[in-house]
Design a protein. Structure first.
Length: 251
């Protein structure tokens, strides 16, 4: 797996540091928050726009850790996710999220960063809360490969889970792992100008989700092969869900 760099901007100035972890693609993410704009409607996990059989079709070789039940259990954390707009928009967002996650984890195969030599690098000791779980405990985990102590704290604070002191929850609890992926998707702009969620529900297109996740390294000709890989997976998953992928697929 290639080493990947992910930078998430947290509330403190030093949080602009880079996150490096292993995954099939490289990424550079800077976290910013944008509000969700469209109205949403109530739902239950059973009403998730992707059925379990469709999920299994998308990820035939996934690690057993990444369960469908874990994903549906995480949905309550962000009720607007795949629950905003028309059925077409909802399916497009589901396909977009799962396509990007698939690209990042090799088809939901990898749970943790594979390069263990990087593990001690993710403790930003300038943060006032330090690294209470250990300086080597904030490596990449989960579908979005959450890394660095300040990102575990930011995601944990948003989700109401103490991930700063208990980072292993992201690799031991499937619902928590999925929630960290949804946290980024729904709240972080990365190097883009909008969250991936807003990109899909406001009609900006799949290409803007790539920009938010890894735009500084892949978009504008940075790595057209990786961009095309994401687009191909998005088209594949859109077909599984029976929805047109729409326009503006590239970045």
């Amino acid at each position: 797996m290639r080493s990947r760099i992910l930078g998430l901007l947290t509330a403190t100035a030093s949080a602009a540091a880079l996150l490096t972890f292993a995954s099939p693609a490289s990424a550079d993410k800077t976290a910013k928050s944008l509000p969700e704009k469209p109205e949403t409607t109530a739902r239950t996990a059973a009403a998730f726009i992707v059925s379990e059989s469709q999920f299994n079709q998308m990820f035939p070789n996934r690690n057993p850790f990444y369960t469908y039940s874990g994903l549906t259990a995480a949905l309550d954390a962000y009720p607007g996710f795949t629950n905003t707009g028309s059925d077409t928009v909802r399916k497009q967002e589901a396909a977009a999220f799962l396509a990007n996650v698939s690209h990042e984890t090799g088809g939901l195969v990898h749970i943790v960063e594979q390069n263990q030599a990087n593990y001690p690098h993710y403790c930003d000791r300038t943060q006032p809360y330090g690294c209470p779980a250990g300086h080597d405990k904030y490596y990449g985990r989960g579908p979005i490969q959450l890394s660095w102590n300040f990102n575990y704290k930011a995601a944990g604070d948003a989700l109401g889970i103490d991930l700063l002191h208990n980072p292993d929850l992201v690799q031991n609890n499937a619902a928590v792992a999925w929630k960290t992926g949804l946290w980024y998707w729904n709240t972080q702009n990365g190097p883009g100008t909008m969250t991936p969620h807003n990109a899909m529900v406001n009609g900006a297109g799949f290409g803007e989700t790539i920009r938010a996740i890894n735009g500084s390294l892949e978009c504008n000709g940075g790595n057209p092969g990786q961009v095309q890989s994401r687009i191909d997976k998005y088209k594949q998953f859109s077909q599984v869900l029976g929805v047109d992928p729409g326009g503006n697929l590239s970045c």
